[in-house]
Design a protein around this ligand. Structure first.
Ligand code: FAD
Length: 309
């Protein structure tokens, strides 16, 4: 990015803009080189202004939530990163019913806990998905049978021209870990939940968090599942057969390490950063895993993590 454009960006936007910001500080992998510019919008208007600026100056841009499903290149991102978090993290109940309006920057675990505490079920099992609502809608994040696509009734977007759009849930092409919203920015989501017993929900939330802590490398930098579960032909959901993790385990890849990147011995679909891993090392592990699973089982694993190269 040219420095004149960077100066103009800071002057034009009403929100905070940081230059040459290390992206490793904004990803759960703790990996990623610098962004030429990083914008911290506090409203949908800030997002729209940043997108319009990028379009007018023909500058590439990247939307980032909590960075929990991305692997960003070691050389960083030569463009504008629009980081949606604080300032766009409001949560309000619409009336007295089961409908909630959430800002895209709200962490999904907070959505899960607050709605469960109010006795509402539908997203409480997403308590261990450490991203934002915006990233969750974009990815159609899910766990234990719950996923955003099942509860979203409306999404407010900024499109690639920097214009606002609103889509109903049924207008979105929900698929397994995908929404088809590519090139749109989610700025707000309305979800509809179901009344339930707060005590039971609290217990379920606690049980699922215990399961996460026991079964996944909860304390190591990672991006969650690296690969999608393979789908049988003609279906859009994960395979009822072997999961990606089971295939990788059966291929004998648990513990496989390149530099500081390792297939977690605890959960084979997690590649963890042992401390100071590079994106190149994680990619080398990914390639080795794919090759081995293809050779052993004839299955081509697809990436769930978004690689920003
Ligand atoms: C320990 C761990 C456990 C996990 N467990 C699960 C799990 O059980 N289920 C599951 O589904 N995922 C899981 N994940 C992955 C991840 O948390 C989810 O995909 C999450 O929803 C990503 O949200 P994010 O805000 O971090 O998105 P990011 O990682 O910041 O971005 C992911 C993608 O979404 C896009 N994006 C982000 N925000 C927006 C927005 N507002 N508008 C448009 N596009 C946007 C980005 O451009 C990128 O392409 C896990 C991750 C970790 C680290």
């Amino acid at each position: 990015m040219k420095s004149a454009a960077l100066d103009e960006l800071s002057a034009k936007l009403g929100c905070e803009v940081r230059l040459n910001e290390p992206l490793s500080e904004y990803t759960t992998y703790r990996i990623g080189g610098p962004a030429s510019a990083m914008v911290f919008p506090r409203s949908a208007e800030d997002v729209a202004a940043a997108v319009r600026f990028a379009r007018e100056t023909e500058t590439p841009y990247l939307i980032l939530g909590l960075g929990s499903n991305v692997l960003i290149a070691d050389r960083g991102f030569d463009g504008i990163v629009i980081r949606i978090g604080k300032g766009m993290d409001r949560l309000e109940r619409v009336g007295e019913g089961t409908v909630w309006r959430a800002g895209a920057g709200l962490p999904t675990p907070i959505l899960a806990r607050r709605t469960a505490a109010a006795g509402q079920a539908g997203v409480h099992l997403l308590v261990g998905v450490p991203g934002t609502v915006g990233g969750g809608v974009f990815m159609n994040a899910g766990a234990h049978g719950q996923e955003f696509g099942r509860v979203v009734r409306e999404v407010k977007l900024v499109d690639s021209a920097g214009e606002y759009r609103t889509l109903k849930g049924e207008e979105i092409a929900w698929r397994y870990r995908a929404s088809g919203l590519d090139s749109n920015v989610v700025v707000e989501a309305v979800v509809e939940l179901e009344a339930s017993d707060p005590g039971e929900l609290k217990e379920e939330v606690a049980r699922h968090l215990r399961w996460r802590k026991a079964g996944t490398p909860f304390t190591q930098p990672c991006c969650g599942s690296v690969f999608r579960n393979p789908s049988p032909p003609g279906t859009s959901r994960g395979a009822p057969g072997k999961t990606a993790g089971q295939l990788i385990d059966a291929a004998g890849m648990k513990g496989f390490t390149v530099g500081k990147a390792q297939v977690s011995p605890k959960h084979a679909n997690y590649i963890v950063n042992l401390g100071g891993a590079t994106a190149a090392e994680v990619l080398a592990v990914i390639e080795a895993v794919r090759e081995r699973v293809l050779k052993e089982f004839g299955i081509e694993l697809e990436l769930e993590v978004k690689v920003i190269a």
